[in-house]
Write a protein that binds this ligand. Structure first.
Ligand code: NAG
Ligand code: NAG
Ligand code: NAG
Ligand code: NAG
Ligand code: NAG
Length: 449
């Protein structure tokens, strides 16, 4: 069979453009000379035309307040620099898309009202998206690793199906500043779906949250903080809008390592942590609706149960440190409550009205007795009292002792990091595969003509 000239031209053209598409490296500010990092301030979409054909960008891009329209850079695969909006956000910004982007230093997009499409992005430093308009969805379906992730506002959907590791904080807030507004301000409820997340240093959901799914989450809190870190964020915090008809159930069935703090406030109706064992966690449960709390936790630094409680089951508890009980509901006693009242730091008779365990016949849970897990040591020293902070619903209450910060990590769980080498490998292999498919197609094409 003979190749036609037309087919040959198409095939050479396709191969040429395909090789060319891989290598064009540009500075964000094309007019700049010298080696210094450039910053391009964009005021309108037309300014992006200057970057047409570029696949690798060096430098920053800052979207200015007067920008109106979509932001599309669909050829770019890599950015050595940040893309940000100015701090107060850009009201006129529509769709934000970079269809082929695989890596970027940091992204700070504030005051968004359109969709964000970054379907190929695999790794990033800091990512901060703030939604203004109660619409819009985020596509980050290839993102596997981030240093810090904060997605705030009422997004309709956030696709993060591949996210495995967030080195610092993972934060989802239905409001722009993570505040809780109460029933008077209605937000659409957000869904937090993280089917692959295994490891993060801090995990927070706040505001109008419909559901949270973290079926593979194993480790929260693994970074070694140095004593000089003034305010490390480490731990798990669930602080949701208090509405009776949309209570949140939080279940982290695989979470075996939790450091820092464990906090639940607002409209949380249940927490289940079925893989925890020994921890040094500072626990504060202070919900506005009756909470059911189940955990296999054995040890903690402190354990405070304030607010409303429906049930508590801690079948493996050994020493929960400084125990403080001031839940406002009168509950029938069970083994867990009996042991907690035994070790409550404040033994004064003021609490006798709430203490339904005064005449309790312990132990009743035969399972716990036969396993010999129901032994309790007495509460730890009352010096912890001086470091206590009474939490208010909307404030972080993280305090930390320096001794803790020098502990060494023994947490298991593997870090899956994208090293510069294998990121570069990916960057090459995928375009080459595209080329291969294109070549195959053009060969078929040649046979046809
Ligand atoms: C880039 O982002 C990082 C991390 O968020 C930030 O510290 C840095 O100041 C940013 N640089 C510029 C030029 O925007
Ligand atoms: C959060 O934002 C709301 C309005 O958007 C404001 O009323 C509130 O004071 C803010 N809270 C904080 C802690 O900044
Ligand atoms: C985290 O907790 C585990 C289990 O309690 C402990 O072995 C480890 O040292 C802690 N790591 C950090 C960084 O605090
Ligand atoms: C007591 O513990 C049992 C499990 O042993 C649990 O099913 C029950 O709900 C708990 N009751 C209260 C009041 O916490
Ligand atoms: C509280 O009282 C119980 C028994 O009445 C006792 O075993 C326990 O040690 C006391 N706890 C503290 C912290 O004093």
């Amino acid at each position: 069979m003979k190749y036609s000239t037309f087919g040959l031209i198409v095939s050479i053209g396709a191969f040429g453009s395909c090789l060319g598409a891989e290598t064009k490296e540009c500075k964000t500010d094309a007019t700049a000379t010298g080696d210094a990092t450039t910053t391009l301030d964009v005021h309108n979409p037309e300014q992006l035309d200057a970057l047409e054909g570029c696949t690798i960008l060096n430098g920053h891009i800052v979207i200015q307040a007067d920008y109106e329209g979509d932001f599309s850079l669909n050829e770019v695969t890599s950015i050595q620099g940040n893309v940000s909006t100015i701090e107060n956000g850009v009201e006129g910004l529509g769709l934000f898309e970079m269809e082929k982007l695989r890596e970027i230093d940091h992204l700070h997009l504030l005051g968004l009202s359109g969709d964000v499409k970054l379907p190929k992005l695999e790794s990033i430093g800091d990512l901060e998206f703030v939604q203004l308009s109660d619409t819009g969805s985020v596509d980050l379906s290839s993102l596997a690793e981030a240093d810090d992730l904060s997605i705030r506002g009422s997004w309709l959907e956030t696709k993060l199906g591949s996210l495995k590791t967030v080195n610092m904080g993972t934060q989802f807030c239905a409001s722009q500043n993570c505040s809780i507004y109460g029933p008077e301000r209605k937000f659409p409820y957000i869904t937090v779906d993280l089917p692959s997340l295994k490891k993060t240093d801090y995990f927070e959901v706040a505001g109008a949250v419909k559901s949270v799914s973290v079926p593979k989450l194993e480790v929260v809190g693994y970074v070694e903080w140095s004593p000089s870190d003034y305010f490390p964020r480490q731990g798990l915090r669930v602080n949701t809008e208090d509405t009776k008809d949309n209570a949140l159930d939080f279940d982290a069935p695989k979470l075996h390592t939790l450091n820092g703090s464990l906090e639940a406030y607002g409209g949380v109706s249940s927490i289940s942590l079925g893989s925890l064992g020994k921890t040094d966690v500072r626990t504060t449960l202070n919900t506005d609706i009756p909470l059911s709390f189940y955990s296999t936790i054995q040890t903690a630094q402190h354990f405070h149960i304030w607010g409303e409680l429906r049930s508590i089951d801690l079948p493996e508890m050994k020493d929960l440190g400084y125990v403080s009980l001031s839940y406002t509901t009168e509950l029938p006693c069970n083994d867990t409550l009996y042991l907690l009242w035994q070790t409550q730091d404040d033994n004064s008779s003021d609490w006798d009205d709430y203490n339904t365990c005064l005449d309790y016949d312990y132990p009743q849970d035969k399972r716990a007795t036969s396993q010999g897990t129901a032994t309790m040591t007495t509460a730890t020293s009352s010096t912890t009292r001086s470091t206590e902070i009474i939490p208010s619903k909307n404030e972080a209450t993280i305090s930390r002792t320096s001794s803790q910060a020098t502990e060494t990590e023994t947490a298991s769980g593997s870090t899956q990091s994208l090293t510069p080498e294998n990121t570069a490998g990916l960057m090459f292999s995928i375009p080459l595969m595209d080329c291969f498919v294109l070549l195959m197609m053009t060969s078929v094409f040649m046979f046809l003509f």
